[in-house]
Design a protein around this ligand. Structure first.
Ligand code: SAM
Ligand code: DTB
Ligand code: SF4
Length: 338
């Protein structure tokens, strides 16, 4: 099976084609990833996004990786939804630090209708600062997606997280199909989609193939594809399972292969090197950028876990010659042209 690539986005990828990409010699894989990258994106530019947990902990879902699940014993305390003003203070700081997108995350199975007015005010306030807005609030009804769109939400993050066949081993309180249904509601409302998942959860390569295949064969590719490396948190099912078994953790080369295959199969999407950067080596991150990652989370904290931090990032970017993204994302520009 020859692992050929198309430079135009296509949604008819087969599992065999994706398997063949994963199996390529590393240099060939990186060459194909760079070719796909440069057909759609400027080189050396990386988008800077900032995360804020607007509602932390106490989540009724049982995602095996997550510190915020009520079923985890991670020490993360359940908090209420933040006040709008406090969210806007954080957003202003992120904007001053050069962030281009502000992503607000809530530890909910789904937002309640009574939460919607505050969410709408957060979107309006952040947009007024000139940053793009993103929210990740769990499952949405069609109506809620419509309300967020009307408020001006640019992106909604909702990850499929892993392959369809591995899903029930990681999460039991919802199904893969539930995720697809919310993604449909988000698309239907005209909000840009941010959808990816986590590797390094002890899954097999076949699961990583199934994960990328599910993303690359969605009716339209997500505009943003976050690839998270599991941040193992003590007290969570996966954090405890992987503790002390470093061999079960994904190695950096395999992580970079996953990024490269995402880049090749979804060439016009932004691929975000998301959680997990803190524990990656600088060379591992450099390889991930070479493999086509062109977006990151900045700052010292993700939602509840540490992130690389601005000083380390500034140092790494100076050594790599990386600068913040200058223009518009290719898939959004395409939308305007359509
Ligand atoms: N509750 C909402 C949901 O799950 O859709 C939104 C927030 S949730 C924390 C967003 C995403 O963060 C998850 O889908 C998962 O991909 C990622 N995530 C959570 N905990 C993680 C961890 N320990 N390591 C890596 N990624 C993680
Ligand atoms: C995504 O794919 N990664 C971000 C964002 N979407 C919301 C979250 C990463 C969370 C890492 C674990 C934590 O800090 O709790
Ligand atoms: Fe809740 Fe989201 Fe964490 Fe799952 S990933 S437990 S839905 S906050």
């Amino acid at each position: 099976m020859e692992a050929t690539q198309s430079l135009a986005p296509r949604t008819d990828w087969t599992r065999a084609q994706i398997t063949a990409l994963f199996d390529l010699p590393f240099d060939e894989l990186m060459f194909q990833a760079q070719t796909a990258h440069r057909a759609h994106h400027p080189s050396s530019e990386v988008q800077m996004c900032t995360l804020l947990s607007i509602k932390t902990g106490g989540c009724p879902e049982d995602c095996g990786y997550c510190s915020q699940s009520a079923s985890a014993e991670s020490g993360v305390k359940a908090e209420k939804l933040m006040d709008v003003d406090a969210v806007l203070v954080s957003a202003a700081e992120a904007s001053a630090a050069g962030s281009q997108r502000f992503c607000m995350g809530a530890a909910w199975r789904n937002p309640k209708d009574r939460d919607m007015p505050a969410l709408v005010q957060m979107i309006a306030g952040v947009s007024a600062m000139g940053m793009e807005t993103c929210m990740t609030l769990g499952m949405l009804t069609e109506e809620q997606a419509g309300q967020l769109k009307e408020a001006g939400l640019d992106y909604y993050n909702h990850n499929i997280d892993t392959s369809p066949e591995n899903y029930s081993k990681v999460i039991t309180t919802r199904t893969f199909q539930d995720r697809l249904d919310t993604l449909d509601h988000v698309r239907g409302a005209g909000i840009n989609v941010c959808c990816g998942g986590i590797v390094g959860m002890g899954e097999t390569r076949s699961d990583r193939i199934g994960f990328i295949h599910a993303l690359a064969t969605l009716p339209r590719h997500p505009e943003s594809v976050p690839i998270n490396g599991l941040v193992p948190v003590k007290g969570t099912v996966l954090g405890d399972m992987l503790e002390g078994t470093p061999l079960a953790r994904i190695d950096e080369i395999e992580f970079v292969r996953t990024v490269a295959v995402a880049r090749i199969t979804m060439p016009a999407s932004m691929v975000r090197l998301s959680a997990g950067r803190e524990s990656m080596s600088d060379s591992g991150q450099a390889l991930a950028f070479l493999a086509g990652a062109n977006s990151i989370f900045t700052g010292a904290k993700l939602l509840t876990t540490p992130n690389a931090g601005d000083d380390r990032d500034a140092d790494l970017f100076a050594r790599l010659g990386i600068v913040p993204l200058q223009g518009e994302e290719p898939m959004r520009a395409m939308e305007v042209a359509e």
